[in-house]
Design a protein around this ligand. Structure first.
Ligand SMILES: C[S@@+](CC[C@H](N)C(=O)[O-])C[C@H]1O[C@@H](n2cnc3c(N)ncnc32)[C@H](O)[C@@H]1O
Length: 248
């Protein structure tokens, strides 16, 4: 999103998650999308629950610092809320979202928000990175890459994930998702996503992970990644994985 008064996907997700940081224009855009697709709240709540399970699994492996790309609104079960012992740097490319996040986290000593382009780690402010993700490049960290793949072509996604792999220390974890081809069954909704929106079949996505090694669950619909109880009964709109940066 630019500085316009238009809707923001990050704030639309906040609306679907039951948050408080969206505007009437976001609610209108969310309603228009649901007219074309169907209800979305349960899908985004399932996706946020996957974030929680993947982040907690990373923390259980000893990770206590997370870098979040395409972070959106840092509320509603976001990383610092599900891993309260960790420190977290949220980043996004959208200036409005960055400002919103900075306001929400003002005074928080464990979580910060700054500009960051997922396709170029060099755009993340090094001072913020080392403050909130201490030991970056030297000790294992968590990288959260959710809600982003649809905005990146295959080459850019693969290159960005490889850059991350080369930058983080062995033992680091990547939480990632992508949009499946399920939306193709809803042509009007798909058209609303614009021509650059990318859906992927799992077998097209897996090679883009490069050297990142998914856990034994593999790349699966997010509701079926280590569900706590029965998986949420949602369409398989998003697939995801938690993947390890092993030792070379
Ligand atoms: C669909 S929202 C997802 C927000 C959040 N991750 C979630 O899952 O609720 C996508 C976000 O990615 C941001 N974004 C898009 N391209 C990006 C890029 N190249 N680097 C970082 N963020 C990007 C957008 O500004 C937006 O806030």
């Amino acid at each position: 999103m630019d500085e316009s008064a238009g809707p923001s996907t990050a704030r639309m997700i906040d609306y679907w998650l039951g948050g408080r940081h969206h505007r009437p224009v976001d609610v209108a855009a969310a309603a228009a999308f649901e007219t074309a697709y169907g209800p979305c709240a349960s899908i985004f709540r399932s996706l946020r629950a996957f974030l929680g399970r993947a982040v907690r699994a990373s923390a259980a492996h000893g990770v206590d610092g997370f870098l979040v790309f395409g972070a959106g609104v840092p509320t509603c079960g976001n990383v610092h809320e599900v891993a309260p012992e960790a420190t977290v740097l949220y980043t996004d490319v959208d200036p409005q979202t960055v400002r919103l996040g900075q306001g929400l986290l003002a005074g928080d000593v464990r979580a910060g928000y700054g500009y960051g382009d997922a396709t170029d780690i060099g755009t993340v402010d090094p001072a913020q990175l080392h403050r909130f993700v201490p030991g970056w490049g030297r000790r294992p960290v968590g990288v959260v890459f959710l809600g982003l793949a649809a905005f990146l072509d295959d080459d850019t996604l693969a290159r960005s994930l490889d850059e991350l792999y080369r930058t983080v220390a062995p033992g680091s974890w990547l939480a990632i998702d992508f949009d499946s081809e399920e939306l193709a069954g809803h042509p009007q909704a798909l058209a609303m996503m614009g021509p650059a929106f990318r859906m992927r079949a799992p077998d097209r996505f897996v090679p883009l992970l490069g050297r990142w090694q998914p856990t034994g669950e593999g790349v699966v619909p997010v509701a079926r990644w280590r569900p706590e109880g029965d998986p949420e009964p949602v369409p398989d709109a998003f697939y995801g994985a938690l993947a390890l940066r092993g030792a070379d």
